[in-house]
Design a protein around this ligand. Structure first.
Ligand code: ATP
Ligand code: MG
Ligand code: FE
Length: 332
């Protein structure tokens, strides 16, 4: 069973082919037009998807050594994401499926981030907990089965990826700043500075307060010394990263204790963070968890994870009709 999957929810245009649940190709075109604006500009994202989608799909098909006529289904990201960006992928998928007279599969992007764990072995065993941390979401998900997931904790304001990107912006680092904070943090002292932060009840997260306290911290320090940032960049990055990771780990430990689940995974763009990956391994050893960390290429947006989710939806007989519409906000 051969599936072509398309991802276009934000600023990567991606296409992948999977045959019987095995990924054959995964092509990702990351849009660069947004860099000079310091964030994703939705209108520009839609246009770039429109330009990239044909070459990206063609390359995915060529690399998989198949032709369009070998396809059994076309999958696409239905949501959540930017409406104009989702429309490009969903319209393309519908047209292709109609032309080839094959079924369509609509995929939830956040579910797909989690199902990226089933691309390679070893895969987590059900039920497991997944900390999904990305540019738009911060969730602790109880995963009962491939398509049976339940959010047990999430952010009440900003996502942790957003906190990484916004603090990076305050440091004058280019978008997306998360990977750069990670890079500078590697040579810094994580205990150099502390940032006050209010604890949220239960398994909820909040990241808007930390962003504000970081802003005031920088303002006060640069008033004292205008070259504060230049002279302390690694320590600043290590400290902010450490603070964000501690917030995530505290809730993850709590979730594991409350549910009694010790199979623990991370997913989404921020799971590429080397500090988080290291901390999860250490905390896991302390609490006797079995931890699952995705390969780098499957952390940030990619169509391989959409293909994997589509594989399980096809097995469950969950297909979409031609009148399916994208959902900028979409629950499981
Ligand atoms: P969502 O999945 O919530 O719809 P998205 O698709 O835009 O949002 P992803 O592509 O999954 O998000 O992740 C992008 C985010 O991951 C950005 O905020 C980026 O800064 C962050 N990120 C990527 N690599 C790292 C890293 N090494 N350290 C910290 N953050 C990182
Ligand atoms: Mg992106
Ligand atoms: Fe994503």
């Amino acid at each position: 069973y051969t599936i072509l999957a398309i991802e276009s929810s934000c600023d990567e245009t991606s296409a992948a082919v999977c045959i019987n649940g095995k990924i054959q190709s995964n092509i990702i075109a990351t849009q660069t037009v947004h860099q000079k604006y310091g964030g994703v500009v939705p209108e520009l994202a839609s246009r770039a998807h429109q330009q990239h989608i044909i070459p990206v799909v063609n390359q995915a098909i060529t690399e998989a050594k198949i032709t369009k006529n070998d396809l059994h289904a076309v999958a696409f990201t239905r949501g959540p994401g930017l409406l104009g960006a989702l429309l490009v992928g969903s319209s393309f998928a519908k047209a292709l499926a109609l032309g080839l007279k094959i079924p369509l599969i609509g995929v939830n992007h956040m579910q797909a981030h989690i199902l990226a764990h089933f691309i390679d072995d070893p895969a987590p065993r059900f039920p497991f907990l997944c900390l999904t941390v990305s540019g738009g979401h911060t969730q602790i998900v109880k995963v009962n089965d491939y398509l049976d997931m339940q959010i047990i904790g999430e952010t009440q304001d900003d996502a942790v990826g957003e906190a990484f990107d916004k603090t990076a912006k305050l440091l004058d680092l280019p978008y997306p700043g998360g990977p750069l904070i990670d890079k500078y943090a590697q040579s810094g002292d994580p205990k150099a500075f502390t940032f006050p932060n209010v604890d949220m009840p239960g398994l909820s997260f909040s990241f808007s307060g930390i962003k504000t306290s970081f802003m005031y911290f920088l303002r006060d320090k640069t008033l004292q010394r205008s070259d504060f940032i230049q002279n302390n960049l690694p320590d600043i990055c290590a400290s902010i990263q450490h603070t964000l990771i501690q917030i995530l780990m505290k809730k993850l430990v709590k979730a594991s204790k409350e549910t009694g689940i010790q199979e623990i995974a991370i997913a989404g763009g921020v799971s590429a963070n080397s500090g988080l990956r290291k901390q999860l391994t250490e905390t896991g050893a302390l609490y006797n968890w079995k931890v699952y960390i995705p390969k780098f290429e499957y952390c940030t947006d990619n169509a391989a994870m959409i293909a994997m989710a589509a594989h399980y939806k096809a097995l469950a007989g969950q297909f979409a009709s031609q009148d399916v519409t994208p959902l900028p906000r979409m629950d499981f």
